[in-house]
Design a protein. Structure first.
Length: 183
């Protein structure tokens, strides 16, 4: 999978991306917003296995590049029932708060809703995701920039590595909502 627009490129992960993903996934500052303030503490071999597990699947693990530089990662899962479940993270701090997030999300959503391979196997009519309730910046982007609907809040959804309870907020956007928001 490879999609691009302007400076942005989203591409399927390759084996050569393992060291970079491993670095990001083990960095607590990068993983804090995903609820892992100590990082994943994962070996390079485990990261290589994770990358290998995505090969040949409809769902994808991807690298986000800006101007040819890897700056983050995303994934999406196609589980049936007409829904896709993505997640994304700009891992390089110098690329955060620069307006790339909404562009990346829109590019990904357009791909998921229009890709012939995905939609011939599992027609996607909605995209569903979550974020930490305390991640107000992400919620602003989802609601104000993407036009997503907040569908649920689950308090004390799970405990992080430090034993802190994490609250989640869930979002959804339908195909119709997504395409009408761009008009």
């Amino acid at each position: 999978m490879e999609i691009s627009k302007g400076k942005l490129l989203i591409r399927s992960v390759t084996a050569s991306d393992a060291p970079l993903l491993n670095k990001w996934w083990n960095d607590g500052k990068v993983m804090e917003h995903a609820g892992f303030p100590l990082g994943l503490n994962q070996t390079l071999e485990k990261t290589e296995e994770e990358i290998d597990s995505w090969k040949g699947r409809l769902s994808q693990l991807c690298i986000i590049e800006i101007d040819g530089q890897p700056v983050g990662e995303l994934s999406y899962r196609i589980r049936g029932e007409g829904a896709a479940y993505p997640g994304w993270k700009i891992c390089e701090a110098s690329f955060q708060n620069q307006g790339y997030g909404p562009q990346i999300i829109r590019l990904l959503f357009e791909f998921i809703f229009t890709d012939e391979r995905i939609n011939s196997i599992e027609p996607i009519d909605r995209i569903v995701w979550d974020t930490m309730l305390d991640n107000k910046r992400a919620q602003y982007v989802y609601e104000e920039k993407i036009g997503a609907r907040k569908t649920d809040i689950k308090e004390k959804s799970w405990q992080d590595q430090l034993g802190n309870w994490r609250d989640l907020v869930y979002y959804e956007i339908s195909r119709e909502e997504f395409f009408s928001a761009g008009e």
